[in-house]
Design a binder for this molecule. Structure first.
Ligand code: ADP
Length: 422
């Protein structure tokens, strides 16, 4: 069995990919698993990211799942554990960042860890413990209105303290700016003061890289995906094309899109304007019981040999609202996800081995429909979105390449760019 250096536990699916992507770019070979695997790791990699869906479930359940992930990662030899959460610190006073952090600390027998969601590449910065999203504070970024995890306080020391029994402290910018030795000294001081969790300031990638060496000694890190850029170096790894190497691409190409985000609408329009074949699926026909899946597959089958096709439910906000008004928000969402996933599965059965999926929830449904348990992370197409390679019983021998693009990610020509990169 191969031993991994870094074991990561991510509290949601696309967040896991985001972290894996950053680790690959910094030189690690990475596999992302969907949930906690039942058997040992089959691949030769430096890091594994276990993707959970634990961000907004009951704290006790999030703790139980995270501990199961920890135990599996330890069994694969992980030398350091990284608990990954959202760069907007999505949580409530009940959790789940605090309870999961403390449970992992207890299980690892450590009295100290850090907490920093800083991700400067994505405009998430932390200064004096205050989290900024873009040009404003977290609580002015729109996140104060989040339906599940409204973030009304930008001070992360206070936010973390509200969900943690251990004392929460700060390693502020003045310390980080002085480098790793200063961070080490500050950690030692905080430990003697009885602080168990320290929020760390970072406003640039340089700050993350500067603090990196001081993090090498900690059994547990908790962070967004930004801190990842500083970690491979601690294990003697440097950025290399080798880290992102995937098997050679083959087979037919297709895009399925269930995302209605602004960026995806533009990407769909761009693909259609380029003259490529595209088919819209109509949720109302779907609800009326028409076999939209079979119709889409019959449409795609003769076209696939000539290049990529697109099947999409992507629509403008007005059209989505109308459908939701007629069918209900959750019902429309689940029904469309299910149909798009069935189409993805059918396309792979038709020989598609390079699949682009647009939409976060849609991606989850497609991965499930394709029975994918783990994905090797490859080269980045656009920030936060890499190509992956996965085994799937639907694809059979050789597996398939897929990329999972959540809503607002990717440039306007993302779909064609993706195939060109492979
Ligand atoms: P994003 O990453 O852009 O948020 P998701 O896949 O996470 O995309 O979410 C989009 C949601 O909208 C899914 O539940 C999907 O099934 C649903 N949906 C997609 N197309 C339509 C449509 N035309 N009408 C109503 N709901 C839709």
């Amino acid at each position: 069995m191969t031993k991994i250096a870094l074991g990561c536990i991510a509290d949601d699916f696309t967040g896991a990919t985001d972290l894996a992507n950053n680790l690959v770019r910094a030189g690690m070979r990475v596999v992302q698993t969907i949930g906690v695997p039942t058997g040992p790791l089959a691949a030769e990699v430096d890091a594994v990211v276990v993707a959970l869906k634990s961000r907004t479930i009951a704290p006790a359940e999030a703790v139980a799942q995270s501990l199961a992930a920890l135990h599996w990662l330890q069994a694969q030899g992980a030398r350091q554990i990284y608990f990954k959460y959202c760069s907007t610190f999505d949580s409530t006073p009940e959790g789940n960042i605090g309870p999961v952090t403390e449970a992992l600390m207890d299980a690892l027998g450590t009295d100290f860890t850090i907490a920093t969601p800083a991700f400067p590449d994505n405009k998430r910065t932390v200064f004096k413990g205050y989290l900024f999203a873009g040009d404003g504070l977290l609580n002015e970024s729109g996140m104060q209105n989040h339906p599940l995890t409204p973030m009304t306080d930008p001070n992360l020391v206070r936010v973390m303290q509200a969900q943690t029994k251990r004392r929460v402290g700060l390693i502020d910018y003045a310390v980080v700016a002085r480098g790793a030795e200063a961070v080490r000294e500050r950690i030692a001081t905080l430990r003697t003061e009885g602080v168990g969790v320290a929020v760390v300031d970072a406003i640039s990638n340089d700050d993350l890289l500067r603090m990196g060496p001081a993090l090498a000694e900690l059994p547990l890190l908790t962070a967004g995906s930004g801190v990842a850029i500083a970690l491979p170096h601690n294990f003697g790894l440097a950025p290399s094309a080798q880290a992102a190497a995937l098997p050679a691409a083959r087979g037919l190409q297709a895009v399925v899109s269930g995302s209605c985000s602004v960026a995806t609408n533009q990407q769909v329009a761009h693909f259609i304007a380029s003259g490529r074949p595209a088919l819209a699926i109509d949720p109302i026909k779907l609800a009326a019981g028409e076999d939209v899946v079979a119709q889409a597959l019959a449409w795609a089958a003769p076209l696939l040999a000539s290049g990529p096709v697109l099947v999409y439910s992507t629509a403008e906000p007005g059209a989505v609202k109308a459908v939701q008004g007629q069918l209900g928000v959750a019902e429309a969402g689940a029904m469309v996800e299910h149909a798009v996933a069935a189409i993805a599965r059918g396309l792979v059965a038709l020989g598609v081995r390079q699949l682009v999926v647009a939409g976060g929830e849609t991606s989850g449904a497609c991965v499930q429909a394709l029975d994918i348990a783990q994905m090797q992370i490859g080269p980045q197409i656009d920030p936060g979105v890499p190509w992956c390679h996965a085994a799937s019983p639907v694809a059979g021998e050789g597996g398939l390449h897929l990329t999972l693009k959540s809503g607002n990610f990717g440039a306007v020509d993302f779909f064609s760019k993706a195939f060109a990169l492979l």
